[in-house]
Design a protein around this ligand. Sequence first.
Ligand code: GCU
Length: 660
Amino acid sequence: MPLPVPVPPDGVDPAWLPPAAFRPLGSRRILIRGSGPLVDTVHGEVAEACARSEGRVVRGPGPGAAAFDLVLEVDGVGGETFTCGRRDGTTTVTALGGAGLLYGLFHVVRLGEEAFSGEWAPETHRPALALRMLDHWDNVAVHPVMGQVERGYAGGSLFWADGRARGDLDRVRSYGRLLAACGINAVAVNNVNVHETEAHLLTDRIGEVAAIAAALRPYGIRTHLSVTFAAPMVLGGLPTADPLDPAVRAWWAEATRRVYEEIGDFGGYVVKADSEGQPGPFAYGRSHADGANLLAAALEPYGGTVHWRAFVYDHHQDWRDRTTDRARAAYDHFVPLDGEFAANAVLQVKHGPMDFQVREPVSPLIGAVPRTRLAVEVQATQEYTGQQRHACWLGPMWSEVLRFRPQGPEGPSVGELAEELVAVSNAGDDPFWTGHPLAQANLYTFGRLAWEPGADPHRLLDEWIGLTFAPVARPTADGVRAVLDGSWRTYEKYTAPLGVGFMVQPGHHYGPSVDGYEYSPWGTYHFADRDGIGVDRSAATGTGYAAQYAKPWSQTYESPETCPDELLLFFHHVPYGHVLHSGRTVIQHIYDSHFEGVEEVEEAVRMWASLAGLMDPARHARVAERYEEQLRSAREWRDQINSYFFRKSGVPDERGRRIC
Ligand code: GCU
């Protein structure tokens, strides 16, 4: 039986699955062979596309395949792999399982007319990373400071409203469909900071999670849950959460058994422990491996996984203390534990050592735990990259991370070392899903990069444009590409310079405040004085962080002479007159890049205005409105940063531009 395609509520943007994107497929004669729930999903998709475009679909063994333009068949025992080829006028997708068929279908949608022209030998597509996951930082109860979605810039939660799971989950079904179309196969439905209400999702409120899981399942998405390490105390009334205590172990085993009673394909737990105030094993003198293995043991009988976050650092640092370096923390905590984690425990590591800044080096932890399963975490929600008021397409940044080779040019890339890629979701109940319509490109690119970490992100951007604006005319495609392509670097230019990071307003993290965190306990300092700026993280004279890398990176980063310009202030404290590889001094680079960044935003604003009339007016208007704010904010960044450093250094701009 075909499963009907979910219908999002009126006024919700179709994102990268507008009906027009299905037209080439929907006008064909299509045969579907196979059974199972995901094949029913595929059947529903195809049936709807055909009903709209006068195609025809047959399900079953069917007459000879030659009578069809497209054959979608399952031939295997399961899995996500599919093969697609075209011969004698028939395109064939052969998948190992229902999930593979679903991904094969969306592959055909992406190809459009191309899927039905010429001939080509069968090509096999399989995801490089087994788990491609979104972590939602959604709260069930509105948090007094963080609201419904922590660091959410796209309205309320897709899953939770009025203190409970939404009754109407059609929007969640549509969301699952969008995610499947870019290859995502797992979702964690609540915030890693697990507050009182949310703790109960694990036990007495698991039914609400089960309802969400049921809505996502038809699109091949497994549901995960963030849990508090203190659950045995908070929920079970035990006097301790000590991971080695038998009563604690028994409590987790029983709680987990009940979870699987409700959700047979439950993915597992996500845990933020001993981090920013969350409880963890340190309270009992136990290690993070002890903590992770406790939950891994509870999940193991059911095939579940624990995602244990490596974001552990001292957030009560004394800013006067120049020896503690937050960047070192994840490596220092977790490298000694390599080899101690259970087989179903995955260490989830932020891509950089600090916190999702616009520019950070790749976390040295990623290359340093060969006996630990790794998930790399990126942030699609734009906490530090413009909060979905600024256009900032992060594909090139993520791609650089995934292609980085921590053990040197001959070693494996991050995309090869990681088994899984996780993004903090940028989606919410906003009509455009992501607040800024162009931020949809981040979600899409993330999913596709998780499937194929070596992919050229610009190709993925073109895919997104082709689908979202289907049928896309040349000027629209060129215009949208022009405003997004370099938008990450543009954002970098007008914000904190040369990898130094932060300089954001404390708390909400939007807009400039050069010294906002300079005398705070958070460990995020730039150390600017009248002579220079930057953090000395060298082994010779600094915190020793650079030595956490394998060669050649430890050497590259150790010296300001070899350190790449864009990371110079992350690794070194240098005088304003220090000459970069670009030939400019640091201070002149700061001035130039900030003027340039704003000019690039002005150019993007003009380009966007020229696209009026070429797309859905609501989408155009929403982006135009965001650009107004981006331009205002970029100017504010430029002027605050330039004035700050002009006043500190006393060095005038070589080009005599106005700096107050
Ligand atoms: C950042 C963010 C927090 C979040 C934390 C995390 O610090 O500002 O809101 O909880 O990352 O990743 O756990």
